[in-house]
Design a binder for this molecule. Structure first.
Ligand code: RP5
Length: 167
């Protein structure tokens, strides 16, 4: 039986899915179980509310809401969820995600949404940040994140060795 998901990714549309590639790759590599749902604050508001209020009871420790255009998904989830909510403005639409960035990041005081960057990079950082929250009470995951960081450092150092003096 698959492990119970600890992180819930909610996307406002199936068209947002390709922006989740890096986040899923990271979570699979680090071995943290997660789930992905397509739930819209505007098109399926009842589902969004139900997900938010039942998440903690199902073992979800962090929710990531990712949506584009006049995206209010993360804010709507944060309104009723007991667990921390991260927001990722999806890129696309006439304003390329700038609209989603403003509607996600500028929450009125009292209902915070920790907002990451627009699009793929933001989604990947949301996955890493969600793991860092989980790692506050999970020493094994904490060590894995340290290894992830060490591997990134080694990669940049190697690139520097290979490049230095060649240009
Ligand atoms: C948002 O509207 C979605 O998250 C998506 O980024 C955008 C466009 O949705 P589709 O028309 O592609 O379904 O709610």
């Amino acid at each position: 039986m698959a492990d119970k998901p600890r992180i819930g990714f909610l996307l406002g549309s199936k068209s947002d899915l390709p922006q989740l590639d890096g986040a899923e790759k990271f979570l699979k590599e680090i071995g943290v179980p997660y789930e992905v749902r397509i739930i819209s604050a505007h098109r399926t508001p009842a589902r969004a509310h139900e997900y938010a209020v039942t998440a903690k009871g199902r073992g979800i420790e962090v929710i990531v809401g990712m949506a584009g255009m006049a995206a209010h998904l993360a804010g709507v989830l944060a309104a009723s969820a007991e667990v921390p909510v991260l927001g990722v403005p999806a890129s696309g639409g006439p304003l390329q995600g700038f609209d989603a960035l403003l509607s996600t990041v500028q929450m009125p005081p009292g209902i915070p949404v920790a907002t990451l960057g627009i699009g793929k990079a933001g989604a990947t950082n949301a996955a890493i940040f969600a793991c860092k929250i989980l790692a506050c009470s999970d020493e094994g995951l904490h060590q894995q994140l340290n290894q992830f960081r060490a591997a990134m450092k080694a990669k940049i150092e190697q690139a520097d060795e290979e490049t230095r003096g060649t240009r």
